[in-house]
Structure formats: structure tokens, C-alpha cells
Design a protein around this ligand. Sequence first.
Ligand code: GLN
Length: 499
Amino acid sequence: MNDLLKDATVTSLLAKLEAREVSSEELVRAYVDRAGALGRLNVYAHLDADRALERARAIDADRAAGRPVGPLGGVPVAIKDVLCVEGEPTTCGSRMLRDFRPPYDATAIVKLREAGAVLFGKTNMDEFAMGSSTESSFHGPTLNPWDETRIPGGSSGGSAAAVAADLAPASLGTDTGGSIRQPASFCGVVGLKPTYGRVSRYGLIAFASSLDQIGPFTHDLADAALLLKVISGRDERDATSVDRPVPDYSASLDRKPESLRIGVAREFFTEGLDPEVESAVREAIRVYEKAGARIKEVSLPHSGYGIPVYYIVAPAECSSNLARYDGTIFGHRAEDWSPRYPGEEDLHPLVRMMMASRAEGFGAEVKRRIMLGTFALSAGYADQYYNQALKVRRLIRDDFDAAFQDVDVIVGPTSPTPAFELGGRSDDLLSMYLSDIYTVTANLAGIPGLSVPCGQTKTGLPIGLQLLAPAFAEESLLRAARVFERETDWHLRRPAIGS
Ligand code: GLN
């Protein structure tokens, strides 16, 4: 590995850039070389090295001329392929959007540019962000940098693996039911899902609009705080983004909380929790205890309904969001829409064109979700499924409200197991869905969640600790996590890949 990238973080690279020890161009070149050398991991769905280098040179020139370069001036940041970047392929891991090049930037991307980041590649992901392993991508699976026979988690697997393998010092992902936190835990990095409404979703290709949020992957909390501040804030183009001041998360990060009440939810230590994951998380709780935190057992009695509710709400929203991809204005258009099955001759050719385009453009998991959602919303069933799910969603949120009366943050495992083997759960969808059992409730409740590295299995796979906080309490969430980070060195470990 180029020495420049060894143990690099956003903060350490910024210091070197500021001190003129390195130029942004040199840095970008080093990451481009590494991306070439580690192409087998399949982290990037697309990487326009020339464009990144050009941008780096422009920032170097600004810095040399004494012009302001922004808080991320010259640092490369990788972007999940679900976020629109003007002029660059934005495929969502789907054949449906293979040829899509957005004519505009997502708001989070505009903010990164304004902060001086160098947009560096589009990272691989599960098709339309539906999945927990990055295996449903049209571009093929991404490999876990800690063990290449395993998946990196999903759906933001490429963004997590990019940071873990030092293919970018930071990245953006999205989290609808755990897609930032779960891959962060499987890849041994920090992953933060902000409060619903904290970050604008404009230009994020929608999966489930009431759950989707954009957030950063980094090596440590200082970097997470920095990125969160850059991408947060009200945006008039997203009516669900909230008009609240964005705190300076970096400034408060190292202020130790005067008192810290940690909640341990009974329901997060259930059947199916891997013993090695459980012991790492219990050890993390002891670290908190030793650091002076008060530990209190809390209960989230409706957590058990998290997965069933999520798998009604998310597919329902997805079936509506994905209706636009039918080959007329958006998405892949089939070349042949002649009748394939008996009865199709009677259909209008336009309808057959849409059917053929959707049949070819979408993969199996996306089709399954669309069918699930369409069923749950259909006349006669909506009351039984969708409306019922919304009521339970409210109860899940009430559980958190009640628990946060007594504690500042709730901790537990991010995922019940470490990274599983490639192909290991493809035939057992329920076990795939269950890997989000501890993460989906935060999305349903709209609260922020964070995964930080907290241990390793005997075979060296990373384990993540999840921390949850009340809505818009990212500041205290980060500070509480920092208490753990200060006492341990899990966040410093990196996979021995090409190093
Ligand atoms: N794994 C979950 C799903 O498949 C969550 C995905 C996400 O957060 N985007 O829906």
C-alpha cells in the first residue's frame, strides 16, 4: 500500500493537505491506483479517475492561491450508486438504470462539493438498496475486505468496503432499514444513520420515502461528525427535511458527557444472537460502566414486530416509488414486446412494452418487493396489512419515547451475526431479512443510529455496537460513542489486504 494511505482518516489527510505535505492530486492518484489493484473486491460500480483528478487539481490550485477550499478541501469521498451525481452513471445496482446519467446533483452531493470534497467513484450496492449483502447488484457482489469469501453487508456494501479497504477515506451510504449500520458493522467501520429529516433526500433515488436517510461511513467518530455537519440541514427541495440548526458536531465531540445513562434493551439480546457478538457487546457495556456511565435495562416491547412491520411498509412504498420505471420516460426499455404468454395478444402494445421492460430491467428481489407491496396496498388488504403496520409502527416509536425518558442512548448489537458467506443466505430470505432485526426499528421510529467497531470474532471478523438516540440528538449520540472509542482501539484495526 502507498504509505500515504496507511491508517489514513479524513482528519489525518486534511492535516497533510493543509500542511502541503501532499496534494489532493497525489492523494487521488494513490486511491485510483489502489482501486486498480483491488478491483477484485468490486467496490466501485463506476470510477471516473480523470474527473476526480481534474477536480483535485482545481482544489490544489485554490489552496495554493490562498482561496478557501472548504472543510473537506481535497479529500476524496466515495458515493453510493443510489445518489445522483450530475453526468455520472447512477445505476442503483440495477439493469433498469444501467444507462442513467442524472442531469443534476443530489443535495448531499452539492453540499460535499461546496465543502471541497473530491467525489470519488460510485459504490456498489444491492439493487435499489433492497438487500443485506450487496449480492443482488446487477454489477455482481462486493467482497468483504476482511475475508473475501464473505459479503460486506448491504445494501451499502460498496461504501462500507471502500472505507474498510482504504479505497476512500470516507463514503456516503443510505439506510432504509439498516443499510448503513449493518455493513459498517460487517466491515469494521463507523456508520451513521441520521434522524429522518436531518439530511435532504433530494436526488436520492427513493426506495421507501418515509424511511430512507443518507449518512456517512468513516473510520472514526471525528470523521463522522465532520461529514454529518457537511451534509445536514433543511433543503427546500425536500419537504421532509427539517429546519433545525445544524450543530457543530466536531466541536462538541470530545466534551465528555457529564453524566451518561446507557440503556440496554432486553429485546436486543434474543434468540439467534451469535455468542461471539453477544460477548463483544456485553464487554462494550462493561467498558461504559468502567468509564462511569450508568447502565440501565430498558424494554422496547414491540421490537419483535419490527421486521414484519418493515416488510409491509418498505415494500408498499417501494411498489409505488418504482412504478415510474416502465421504459416510457424512466428506465430500461425492452426491444421486443411481442406477446410471450397466452392472452397477451389482447393487451395494448404500450402495456406489453412496459411489462417486458420491467420484466427485463428488475432483478428477483426487487420484483418480490414490488409484489409484496402491491399486495399489501391492494383494495381489501390495505386495512389488514398496510394500515395495521402503520399502527404498530407508532407503537414502536412510542416504545423508544418511553425508553428515552430514562436513558440517553440505547446500545446493543448492530446485527445478530458477523458477516456471512457469499451465497450463504441467498436461498433463505428470512435469515437474510433477519440480519436487520436490530436496525429496522430506528428507521420506523425515525431516530438516529450509529454502528461502531467493538470487537472481532476468533476468525477476525469485525463486530459492531449499535447506539440509538432520540430524534435530532446526533450530538449526544456521537459524544456517547466517543466515550467508547476513547477507551478502546477497535476503530484502529484495518484488514491486512494488500498492505
Ligand atoms: N436490508 C434491508 C432491506 O433489504 C434494509 C435495506 C436498506 O436499509 N436500504 O430492505
